[in-house]
Design a protein around this ligand. Structure first.
Ligand SMILES: NC(=O)c1ccc[n+]([C@@H]2O[C@H](COP(=O)([O-])OP(=O)(O)OC[C@H]3O[C@@H](n4cnc5c(N)ncnc54)[C@H](OP(=O)(O)O)[C@@H]3O)[C@@H](O)[C@H]2O)c1
Length: 267
């Protein structure tokens, strides 16, 4: 794994809890400090600041190469690694905005590339990852990517031209949920609850409602109707929320995120 910070770390934790041995995995980091943290977990780690050839050394003999550096460094680390890649290596990048074509251009033609867009709940095995094949990736390669991200949550294979749209929903989505939680906590504090109690009430309500939605297989509108008695308190609250036109707000927000994703991809 080239670059192994928060997202890379979540994937490795998923692999380790699935029975992978730490010494089956080699990671690179920029700093020696980050590499030392991996070494403490018995994962083989090389820091670019102390070993300029770290990224090239790490991919030597690897069938699967995960790229989890920040988008700005993806092409650079792949160029560093290119000569040492196995001819049939599979590269899976989680970097936002960097296309498979941009990556394919800097690695040997026999190497295939896949793009994945996970999200932070992957850290606790509840991630949602979009997966898109590059022009040279086979069905078997896609299968490897699905199995890998399946260890840290659910997966969805989709065409690459939809992956930026997916990133505005499930990639950025945890931030929208945290934002809604913050707002509801603030409103709860105004009703006299301290922050800790308000956070407990709100977080458990979000968790319970989300799990109920998924477990029941029913539509959100149906479950909402179940808690909304005619002329009751919830109905009065929902009537106020409807005035805020949240669907329109989310549409604007998703379009803004999509525009930004395209700006980032264009460099
Ligand atoms: N976080 C998310 O929710 C999320 C979701 C989907 C996709 N992603 C994608 O995941 C990628 C990583 O994001 P992140 O949040 O995990 O970032 P991060 O925590 O900053 O991790 C970046 C990692 O790259 C290492 N690094 C930097 N330069 C390097 C180099 N030249 N060679 C080798 N390693 C190098 C860093 O090492 P040091 O620790 O020493 O600095 C660190 O381990 C991004 O491309 C992002 O688009 C993130």
């Amino acid at each position: 794994m080239l670059g192994s910070g928060s997202m890379g770390g979540a994937i490795i934790d998923g692999l380790l809890s699935d029975g992978f041995q730490p010494d089956q995995i080699t990671v690179t980091t920029q700093s020696e400090g980050s590499a030392a943290k991996w070494r403490a977990k018995k994962v083989i780690s090389l820091a670019a600041e102390t070993e300029p050839t770290a990224n090239a050394s790490a991919v030597t003999g690897a069938n699967l190469v995960l790229v989890a550096v920040k988008p700005a460094y993806v092409v650079q680390v792949l160029k560093e690694a290119a000569e040492n890649l196995l001819p049939d290596a599979l590269i899976i990048s989680v970097a936002a905005g960097i296309t498979t074509a941009a990556m394919e251009a800097v690695v040997p033609e026999s190497v295939s590339v896949i793009r994945a867009m996970p999200n932070t709940p992957s850290v606790i095995g509840l991630g949602m990852t979009g997966i898109a094949a590059g022009s040279r990736a086979s069905a078997a390669a896609l299968d490897v990517a699905e199995q890998l991200f399946g260890k840290v949550g659910k997966t969805l294979v989709l065409p690459e031209n939809q992956i930026d749209a997916l990133s505005t929903i499930s990639g950025s989505g945890p931030a929208y949920v945290f934002y809604l939680v913050e707002q509801l906590v603030e409103a709860s504090e105004n009703l006299g609850f301290d922050k800790q109690t308000a956070t407990l009430l709100v977080a458990e309500t979000f968790r319970g409602a989300s799990e109920y939605l998924v477990a029941s297989g029913r539509e959100a509108a149906e479950l909402r109707a179940q808690v909304t008695s005619p002329n009751g308190t919830t109905m009065r609250a929902i009537a106020e929320l409807e005035k805020l036109e949240l669907a329109k707000g989310f549409e604007i927000a998703l379009n803004a995120a999509l525009t930004r994703a395209r700006e980032l991809a264009a460099g």
